[in-house]
Design a protein around this ligand. Structure first.
Ligand code: HEC
Length: 475
């Protein structure tokens, strides 16, 4: 980790974790991680360094205006089987199935009819399907977006009394897998025992070292985290521990009684880069083809689980994670790493709204494949942009109505080129007004100064970047 001295006195943290490039000798794990940006600090590729500053509040964005009957296209007479079921099948049933993450199924006419008006409102207001990025900023794969015609169809159907129509008009049944298809796991990370989060804490961060049994090198191409105690598991981060770092991590584990150890941000040991994560709202992750994260033989994994115990206590957890490997080794040029840009030094005074920012100057060309913007409960908008030396910029992601419960990796249809001289600019807006304070356990929080911190009631202004270096051997 190398920090570039910043002009700004209250500067910066960037954790630039590079992974899988060790063989080429360009990555030299060095230094310590001064921040807790959630990514274990590994060798910098020479690009790390950021300045953080404050910007005026009031940045706006629009995730598509809510639609009312007057602005919806006229779709005429519609029926469930002919018009509505195809939409539900393609865009709703991934979550709205028995045992899915949504509170009710939308698998049949009988499921859908009683909630027709709710569906009309939820789609017109762009609440459903849930998709946070604003249109026009970042061309994301797997975007959960439906067209105005489809929204109009659901609204017309509800307004017309939710008619069934003719079952013969129904679309063919959906395929067996509507979600991410990753094949068979190469390994399943299982801590081996249940964990009882510490009820004396509001937030317990627990790390466990798990051996995935890598007798040969593998390229990680996806993972699927299965949170055990869904009421309290608030995030899961996976970190790679190389053979060289194993003793240090084992010492950390041994120093604390019981299985695993308490850890904030990273693993507590340097050069243990992030290789994946799960936050509320994210499902299985498949890294964009042809990329993957290279794991040398003997690599072990630390699974860090953040338990949010503000409202639920006395839980038992057994979170597991499936790792998926590439069937054949991926090319060195496609080996990816995850880095973070963050402002860890902000202060949002009580009873204010404020936008803060961070800038990461880029020194090595890379392909940006995906982003994960992250804030906590007071965040209202988060934006990432790539500023070019010539004054132009590309919008990387804009979440204009931040919702803590819907977070995920957002991957692009096509990687974006980022070149030396560019700056990754991150902007986070927080609402710390008393009237807007989050309600926890039926009690509204009291507005106080907000700063970076690991607790759910602290804040973060953070964005992860999933990238491949354009020239891994290059300057
Ligand atoms: C990625 C998962 C996911 C998808 C896709 C999804 N939903 Fe949902 N839906 C949820 C979850 C979770 C909830 C409950 C929590 C919430 O309201 O955010 C929900 C809640 C709802 C509600 C209740 C909202 C309210 O105001 O109480 C409606 C209606 C709904 N969904 C309709 C739909 C329709 C229609 C679609 C497809 C066009 C859809 N959903 C797609 C996950 C999903």
């Amino acid at each position: 980790m190398r920090l570039t001295p910043s002009r700004h006195p209250r500067a910066l943290i960037v954790v630039f974790a590079a992974l899988g490039l060790g063989a080429c000798g360009k990555v030299s794990p060095a230094g310590t991680s001064p921040g807790t940006a959630g990514a274990g600090a590994a060798g910098a590729t020479g690009a790390a360094g950021a300045t953080a500053g404050d910007a005026a509040a009031g940045t706006t964005g629009a995730a598509g205006e809510a639609l009312d009957a007057g602005t919806l296209p006229d779709v005429g007479q519609v029926t469930y089987y002919k018009d509505v079921q195809p939409i539900l099948q393609a865009h709703c049933q991934t979550c709205h199935v028995a045992g899915g993450i949504a509170p009710f199924a939308l698998g049949s006419y009988d499921d859908a009819k009683p909630v027709a008006a709710l569906m009309a409102a939820a789609t017109a207001q762009h609440i459903m399907p849930p998709w946070m990025p604003a249109p026009g900023c970042g061309d994301f794969r797997d975007a959960r977006v439906i067209s105005n015609d489809q929204i109009a169809t659901i609204n017309a159907w509800s307004a017309q009394g939710a008619p069934a129509g003719n079952p013969a008009d129904a679309p063919p049944p959906a395929g067996p897998d509507a979600g991410v298809s990753l094949g068979t796991p190469g390994a399943t990370l299982d801590p081996g025992a249940d964990y009882h989060p510490n009820d004396l804490l509001t937030d317990d961060y627990h790390c466990t070292l798990i051996d995935p049994g890598l007798t040969t090198a593998q390229d990680l191409v996806g993972f699927d985290v299965h949170p055990g105690s869904t009421a309290t598991v608030h995030h899961v981060l996976l970190f790679a521990v190389s053979k060289d770092n194993l003793a240090a991590v084992q010492a950390k584990d041994a120093a604390e009684a019981g299985a695993g150890w308490t850890c904030f941000g990273g693993t507590g040991v340097d050069a243990t880069p992030t290789i994946g994560g799960w936050v509320p709202g994210s499902g299985a992750t498949a890294f964009p083809k042809p990329t993957g994260i290279h794991l040398d033989a003997g690599t072990q994994i630390v699974m860090q689980i953040h338990y949010n115990l503000l409202t639920t206590k006395h839980v038992t957890d057994r979170t597991t994670a499936d790792l998926y490997y590439a069937p054949a080794p991926i090319k060195a040029i496609d080996r990816a790493a995850i880095a973070a840009v963050a402002n860890t030094t902000f202060l949002i005074p009580a009873n204010t709204k404020k936008t803060v920012s961070a800038d990461l100057p880029i020194k090595n060309n890379f392909d940006l494949w995906g982003v994960v913007p992250h804030m906590h409960l007071h965040g209202t908008e988060i934006k990432v942009q790539i500023n070019h030396a010539d004054g132009t910029s590309d919008c990387a992601v804009d979440v204009p109505a931040w919702n803590f419960h819907w977070q995920q990796f957002y991957y692009y249809q096509k990687a974006t080129k980022v070149v030396a001289g560019d700056t990754i600019h991150l902007e986070c807006t927080f609402d710390n007004l008393q009237a807007d304070e989050p309600v926890i356990n039926n009690m509204q929080m009291t507005s106080g100064p907000l700063t970076w911190g690991e607790k759910t009631t602290d804040e973060m202004c953070l964005n992860y970047l999933y990238f491949t270096l354009t020239n891994p051997l290059g300057p």
